[in-house]
Design a binder for this molecule. Structure first.
Ligand SMILES: [Fe+2]
Ligand SMILES: [Fe+2]
Length: 270
């Protein structure tokens, strides 16, 4: 029997349209790729495109998602704070102060094997003053390694250099490292020299004819005027589901294969 496990990782789900498109295509993705486990970033899945609600978490879990990662936008919806303390399905960046609600990692079982997912946030061009993601990853890994060899990191960060640096810092110590937050998929998926699957950014799940998944005009106007603006998730087709499929040898914990995917849907969402 193969000891390989196959995972789907999907970048930030953007608003109701992104959520609907993801849920619409998930059954066929499960079938087509014989997925063992699914991890998505949900930090923009709320109606406003900022944050996530308990209801959305339940919907994603009911559809078969094992862990929902997040990022800087997780704190927008205060109603989620209490839920963050109670759930083991939704995680937030581990390098925020320990006083913050929620947990920075999740451990769950896939086909009888333990899997861990860690969420971290970058510091370059991000507003929050948070702990060093390198040091936090190192200390959390000491603990997670006692539980499993199959460990993933969602690194929610703005800059490519910070993502590449942390990925190479962790190469050989984790199974896969996936960037999120820019909402634009990069074409640099590969297995790093010591066995860790890598992509600088998974991309997002939402409307393509947009600026990072949001309505174009609002963002253009913000750049032109420099005035504060409320972003609105774009809801017109075509839509894309961006992510990677990763095969992991669950005994060694090393990556066997990484494949970048972009599912395009041209139909309108009700
Ligand atoms: Fe995001
Ligand atoms: Fe973000």
């Amino acid at each position: 029997m193969s000891s390989n496990l196959r995972f789907l990782f999907v970048g930030d789900i953007i608003g109701p349209a992104g959520l609907a498109v993801f849920l619409k295509h998930l059954p066929e993705l499960k079938d087509k790729y014989s997925l063992d486990s699914i991890v998505v970033n949900g930090e923009n899945s709320a109606k406003s495109g900022r944050g996530i609600t308990e209801k959305i978490v339940h919907k994603l879990v009911a559809a078969g998602v094992d862990t929902i990662t997040s990022g800087n936008h997780i704190w927008v919806n205060r109603e989620i704070y209490d839920f963050l303390n109670r759930t083991d399905k939704l995680i937030r960046p581990a390098n925020f102060p320990t006083e913050c609600p929620g947990h920075g990692y999740a451990i769950y079982q896939v086909n009888g094997k333990f899997v861990a997912v860690m969420n971290l946030q970058g510091r370059g061009f991000m507003r929050e003053t948070i702990d060093c993601p390198f040091k936090k990853a190192e200390s959390l890994l000491t603990f997670l390694k006692t539980k499993t060899n199959t460990i993933f990191v969602d690194f929610h960060a703005e800059t490519t250099a910070e993502k590449q640096a942390l990925a190479n810092f962790l190469d050989g110590k984790i199974s896969g490292f996936f960037g999120t937050h820019t909402h634009v998929q990069t074409a640099d998926e590969r297995i790093l020299p010591k066995g860790t699957a890598y992509i600088t950014d998974l991309g997002c799940c939402g409307s393509i004819d947009s600026v990072i998944g949001m309505e174009k005009e609002v963002i253009i106007n913000k750049f032109v005027t420099q005035l504060p603006a409320k972003f609105v998730p774009a809801s017109i087709p075509p839509f894309a589901i961006d992510g990677v499929i990763v095969d992991i040898d669950s005994i060694s914990g090393f990556a066997v294969k990484i494949e970048r995917i972009k599912i395009i849907d041209n139909s309108a969402i009700e």
